[in-house]
Design a protein around this ligand. Structure first.
Ligand code: NAD
Length: 474
């Protein structure tokens, strides 16, 4: 039976100072999946005190031993993989196959990558007459979103713990349950008390208390750009380091020599995965105007490959959105696209009545979208694709870069040299060419309002160090 009635503080399960609970609701049918403590600012004080107390010993623990603990967490997640996958599907709606492969699978892959990433970092190096030493930064507050609830936590605590930091985790109030399983796994793995602490709750008071806490040395945040801005403001009061992984409006450039039978299905998959609730979703499909008709035909043929339905049912490709609020927000964007004159090619605001009251949105495609329309500029975070025509490669690059975001982008062409040239012109942290996939050893993060700092691989671990210069000569 999953422990969800108390917080995990200093290696013990302790009741929250707040009397209330937050119900976790299944977006497929409105049923209650669980309830976690509402959390209070004083719980954050207790968690930070525990993390501070644990820091001196943990930061001096041999790195190999720290990595061994991460292996034990990996083993614990593996053992409970099926339970976690089902829980995530029920709390936030991703299809069960996707929860197994991506929600849990990527969490395991991140933890498995830590040892080789860590070993690539020189903990000491000579630079000029000095010795430069990497030291663990301190206590890290980890604030995470609901779209990949366990993966986002492992992306933070894996490198933070490897580097020698201790952590206080605040998961999203919409999907906190896998974090509670993780706390049980951490406990069973025998990590020293206080190295990992868990406080549930909403953005205010719990997230804000963490972001502004004088006992926290760094906030590692993943979520919306709006919240990231607020967290940076709170953190600035005590000059904390911040790492921000924020929103996106990523372009997919299909150049005029591309094989559309391959490029279009790839683009649909990368937009609609996790019902469009992915920060790197390729939501703007940029296509040569001369081939717009062919692209539309391909989309019309392929859209049936994305059936929506019960996340636990076999064959479901898109589950519901995380909540009714998220659904309402996405429907408003769809309505704005129609009002602004974009042409609706598939989907729309209606869903099949047999899906009942779930938070479903059909995979929706607008075509002939103008780059200045709201649907082409703002992050929708739902299964909505904008097809935008361009004239030539330079025009495509201009439209792609005409955004306040810069998280990811993709280019598809049959000419590798041309694709590479275009990819280098795009202002984004990750640019994929043809069907390239994300490599967990390579850095991941945003340009501009998509964030500050990098996660994954050795660069992700390096965020959690201070650099000390030891002078070897006067
Ligand atoms: P959100 O910003 O609403 O919430 C994220 C977390 O911040 C939650 O834990 C929430 O409780 C907390 N929070 C909210 N207000 C706060 C405040 N004032 N102070 C401190 N904490 C606060 O984001 P969300 O809706 O959970 O997630 C969706 C967003 O996350 C999208 O914009 C998406 O692009 C982004 N995201 C980015 C990445 C990335 O790696 N760049 C990955 C996944 C999601």
């Amino acid at each position: 039976m999953l422990r969800q009635d108390a917080l995990y503080l200093g290696g013990e399960w302790i009741p929250s100072a707040a009397p209330g609970r937050i119900e976790v609701v299944n977006p497929a049918d409105g049923s209650v999946v669980g309830a976690v403590p509402a959390g209070a600012a004083s719980d954050v004080d207790a968690a930070v005190a525990a993390a501070r107390a644990a820091f001196p010993a943990w930061s001096h623990t041999d790195p190999t031993t720290r990595l061994d603990y991460l292996d034990r967490i990996h083993a614990g997640i593996t053992e409970r993989a099926e339970e976690i996958a089902a829980l995530i599907s029920r709390e936030m709606g991703s299809p069960l196959w996707f929860s197994r492969a991506t929600q849990v699978g990527s969490s395991l892959a991140v933890l498995a990558s830590m040892r080789s990433s860590f070993e690539a970092i020189p903990l000491e190096e000579e630079i000029g007459s000095a010795v430069v030493v990497r030291e663990p930064l301190g206590v890290v507050g980890c604030i995470t979103p609901w779209n990949y609830p366990l993966f986002q936590i492992t992306l933070k605590i894996g490198p933070a713990l490897a580097a020698g930091c201790t952590v206080v985790v605040k998961p999203s109030e919409l999907a906190p349950l896998s974090a509670f399983v993780l706390a049980e796994i951490v406990d069973a793995a025998g990590l020293p008390p206080g190295v990992v602490n868990l406080v549930s709750g909403t953005g205010a008071p719990v997230g804000e208390a963490l972001a502004g806490h004088p006992g926290i040395d760094m906030v590692s945040f993943t979520g919306s750009t709006r919240t990231g801005s607020r967290i940076a403001a709170l953190a600035s009061q005590t000059i904390k380091r911040v790492a921000l992984e924020l929103g996106g409006k990523s372009p997919f450039l299909i150049l005029d020599d591309a094989d559309l039978t391959k490029a279009v299905p790839h683009g649909l998959g990368k937009c609609f995965g996790n019902s469009g609730q992915t920060c790197v979703a390729l939501t703007r499909m940029l296509v040569p105007r001369a081939r717009l008709g062919e692209v539309e035909e391909q989309i019309a043929e392929r859209i049936a490959e994305f059936p929506i339905g019960d996340p636990l049912a076999e064959g479901t490709r898109l589950g519901p959105l995380v909540s009714q609020e998220q659904r309402a927000k996405v429907i408003k964007y769809i309505q704005s696209g129609v009002a602004d004159g974009a042409r609706l090619l598939a989907g729309g605001a209606d869903v099949p009545p047999e899906l009942g009251q779930g938070a479903y949105v059909a995979p929706t495609v607008f075509t002939d979208v103008k780059p200045d329309m709201r649907i082409a500029r703002e992050e929708i975070f739902g299964p909505v694709l904008c097809v935008i025509p361009f004239e030539d490669d330079e025009d495509a690059i201009r439209i792609a870069n005409d955004t306040t975001y810069g998280l990811s982008a993709a280019v598809w062409s049959s000419d590798p040299a041309r694709a590479d040239r275009v990819a280098r012109e795009l202002r984004a942290g990750s640019v994929f060419v043809n069907n390239a996939q994300m490599d967990l050893l390579a850095p991941f993060g945003g340009y501009r309002q998509s964030g500050i700092g990098r996660e994954m691989g050795r660069y992700g671990i390096e965020e959690f160090f201070e650099l000390k210069t030891l002078r070897s000569r006067a």
